[in-house]
Design a protein around this ligand. Structure first.
Ligand SMILES: Nc1ncnc2c1ncn2[C@@H]1O[C@H](COP(=O)(O)OP(=O)(O)OP(=O)(O)O)[C@@H](O)[C@H]1O
Ligand SMILES: [Mg+2]
Length: 503
């Protein structure tokens, strides 16, 4: 593996400089041994010998990790721990406890210690790895906070990411539409996955947020039903029209009607849509009464409508009416300068929404993202990055974790392995729901919620336990579960666990 960030694991805390450790123990011999060993690792070491001085040192917040003896002159290590936590001290604390007082270790973990070490030290390497890991987890938590804050800011901007000149043109056009309520027809064009629906929503929520946003996919409605879907129908208007029904035009009110895949609108309906746009009125099927069209119409297409007009699949007059305000979304390969920001945004999304622990993207991974052509555009990038963020074994996304959905290096073969590479989490869940429904042979399935939650719970807990190297306390902390809750789930799910000494 060529990635320069591959060693991020244990070295991350040290990257900005040496790890700063505090050794708090009243036994000078212990302090000497520990100092000697940690300094040999290149760490900066400070010492304290009683509870008061230890708490004072922790208050300064200058340490990446503190090794604190439980039995010390003064209040003792456990009290130091409690006081430090209550004062909001973020330094991770590893307690040192004599083997004979193992109950103290449990108590210490309850009070927020990151880990514990037992005296006498049989293996000083274990001291180093335990302390380094504690420092690293704290550094990660801080980084996670930073990423989340960053994300909070971008969300206010409306979730449209990118600063390339090409996308700035798009922002300008959105701005023009949003600030002019008279612009009531907009056409958005662009390849699949370039963000057409996102732009439609951005326009809607920036200009008519309190009104309905009604999306309708013209290619997904059976041919004969499109008219009634759009305009509604009167009772008895056609066979099967048992009740009077409002169409999407009516439901949209003074909001936005998003006509997706407009290129697939049946030819015979195109004059009706044109009339609605020009007269600003429409009629329900089977009615003679006209209704006012208040909604803004945003149409979207990934087809070349001009070619469709030439082929007489799309009426020219409707095309001209729709394209008065045309927003064209450039394919991602024509705005590669947006890749870093988009990538960071999707990583942050994986962290916020899916519990990914990734905090960095290696330069080699970024180079791979830059080199790829992205035929599926931002959607493909999003799925690729989310997948990498969920499956990366460490905290860094490496080049090997990047498997673009449509690239030749994507896992071969149909089936679940491949779909896992291309689908978002929501899509995977949707497929499982559909499978459960199909299995039920027309009968209503039962207990679907429990079944699906159970399906998610097992891999979630297993993978977290693996990342926590079998340490239940750490796994519980990562998951945000009470340790007893986690232990019960491990038993219930029959997941094998490493025995802790005080279990
Ligand atoms: N500029 C962007 N910033 C952030 N996310 C984006 C951006 N553009 C697209 N996305 C995301 O990419 C995904 C695809 O976008 P969207 O559904 O709007 O594409 P589309 O053009 O409508 O595609 P299709 O033609 O296949 O329907 C969505 O998850 C969307 O949030
Ligand atoms: Mg779309």
């Amino acid at each position: 593996m060529s990635d320069s960030a591959q060693n991020l694991g244990r070295d991350s805390a040290a990257q900005a400089g040496a790890i700063r450790a505090l050794i708090a123990d009243d036994d000078p011999a212990i302090r000497l041994v520990l100092r000697h060993r940690l300094e040999a690792e290149g760490w900066h070491v400070a010492e304290t010998a009683d509870s008061g001085a230890t708490l004072e040192a922790l208050r300064g917040g200058r340490f990446d990790v503190a090794l604190v003896d439980i039995i010390m002159p003064g209040a003792g290590g456990l009290e130091v721990l409690t006081a430090a936590r209550e004062e909001g001290c973020a330094t991770p604390i590893v307690v040192i406890t004599a083997a004979s007082t193992m109950n103290n270790a449990i108590e210490a973990l309850k009070r927020g210690a990151r880990d514990y070490l037992t005296k006498p030290f049989e293996n000083l390497d274990l001291v180093v790895t335990t302390a380094a890991r504690a420092a690293e987890t704290a550094a990660q938590a801080a980084e996670l906070e930073r990423v989340k804050n960053e994300l909070g800011r971008t969300l206010v901007g409306g979730e449209l990411i990118g600063r390339s000149p090409a996308i700035q043109e798009v922002y300008k056009l959105i701005g023009r539409v949003v600030s002019n309520d008279k612009i009531d027809v907009v056409l958005i064009s662009g390849e699949s996955g370039t963000g057409k629906e996102l732009v439609a929503r951005a326009i809607h929520f920036s200009s008519r947020p309190r009104q309905p946003f009604i999306p309708i996919n013209c290619s997904a409605i059976p041919h004969g039903l499109v008219e009634s879907e759009l305009f509604g129908h009167e009772r008895g208007a056609f066979t099967g029209a048992a009740e009077r029904r409002a169409g999407k035009f009516e439901v949209a009110g003074a909001g936005t009607l998003f006509l997706d895949e407009i290129g697939d609108l049946p030819l015979e309906l195109q004059p009706k849509l044109l009339r609605a746009l020009q007269q600003r009125e429409f009629t329900r099927v089977g009615s003679s009464e006209t209704q006012r069209l208040e909604a803004r119409i945003i149409a979207a297409t990934n087809q070349d409508l001009e070619a469709a007009v030439a082929a007489r699949r799309f009426r020219e007059d409707l095309y001209f009416r729709l394209r008065v305000i045309l927003i064209h979304l450039p394919p991602l390969r024509q705005r590669r300068e947006d890749l870093p920001e988009l990538t960071d945004y999707f990583v942050a999304k994986a962290v916020r929404d899916m519990g990914s622990l990734v905090t960095a993207v290696s330069p080699e991974a970024r180079a791979k993202l830059q080199a790829y052509d992205w035929p599926g555009n931002v959607r493909e990038l999003e799925n690729t990055v989310l997948r990498a963020a969920l499956l990366a074994p460490g905290n860094t996304i490496r080049a090997d974790d990047i498997i673009p959905a449509r690239s030749p290096s994507a896992p071969a073969g149909a089936g679940d392995a491949e779909s896992a590479a291309t689908d978002s989490f929501a899509t995977l869940i949707a497929r499982r729901v559909a499978q459960h429904l199909e299995k039920a042979n027309g009968e209503e399935p039962r207990g679907l919620y429990q079944k699906l939650v159970a399906e998610i719970e097992r891999p979630l807990i297993e993978q977290t336990m693996r990342r926590a190297e079998g340490n239940q306390v750490r796994a519980a902390r990562i998951l945000g579960l009470n340790r007893n809750t986690l232990r019960k789930k491990l038993v219930d799910l029959g997941i094998a666990t490493r025995k802790l000494p005080f279990d």
